[in-house]
Design a protein around this ligand. Sequence first.
Ligand SMILES: C[S@@+](CC[C@H](N)C(=O)[O-])C[C@H]1O[C@@H](n2cnc3c(N)ncnc32)[C@H](O)[C@@H]1O
Length: 273
Amino acid sequence: MTLLPRLLAAYRARGYEIASGLNPAHWDGFDLAPFTWLVKDGQSVTNGLGIALGEVIFLEHLLAAWPARRILVIGNSFGWSALALGLAAPHGARLVALDAGLDPFSEEGLSLTEDMAHELGLHVRAVKGFSPQAVPALMAEHFPDGLDLVFVDGLHTVEQVEKDWRAVAPFLARPGAVLFHDVRNCGLEPGMAAVGAAAGQMPRLLEATASGMAILAHDLPPEAEAVLDAYSLSEGARAAVEAGLRWRRNRRWERLKRSIRKRWPGRDQKAAG
Ligand SMILES: C[S@@+](CC[C@H](N)C(=O)[O-])C[C@H]1O[C@@H](n2cnc3c(N)ncnc32)[C@H](O)[C@@H]1O
């Protein structure tokens, strides 16, 4: 059974309404529509929106194929992804979520996350601190035996994602993985290139995730690699989708030219030029 009913029920029991997984095409192209909005008394309380519904399902698929037991989340906000990971992980897994408390409500999100985790029977700690500075002490206290999975969803800058990776890389076990949120959405590809150059292996882009995640994974079992394949795009498939997009753009342009020609005969050459 999927983790979604337990995750949704935990927030609803505290009076939150949830919007997640909406299609931007149905919302006037609104790029934040797929992500998770927690709403209380009609007001969004998640300035740092949670991962999208489909990304929760991706995590569930990944952890079903590779049951990571020691998990660090950088960027907790209201605990949505931390609790999703906690529910997806095997019984007895340990998870720590770190948040600097920068976004409005993110500080109260820490105690909320711990309280809800307790109710759900999960070993989740939510602690205040800045990555990368807080990572070494956090590791010594909570994960002296190393980490299996790190989910990076804190400050979304090119420099910061490399810093986050450098902070956790020495503690990563084999098999192990660092998963980066919002790579495509926030233009973090140069950060991934820097991580790839330092690691000697490029993070893999997961195009079928709503934010365009990327993962740097080492020695995962074949079942987990198959999950990553399902969320990736081969070169041939990419070319076909790009051709479809070009056809769609071209058709729109042709329609626009026809309509200009109809309304103002003789002006379409000007518009086309
Ligand atoms: C996009 S939100 C995280 C959303 C969360 N992962 C989820 O799915 O519910 C980003 C969070 O990162 C925190 N943050 C920003 N910079 C940080 C840093 N250097 N270290 C730790 N947390 C940081 C912010 O306070 C904010 O709560």
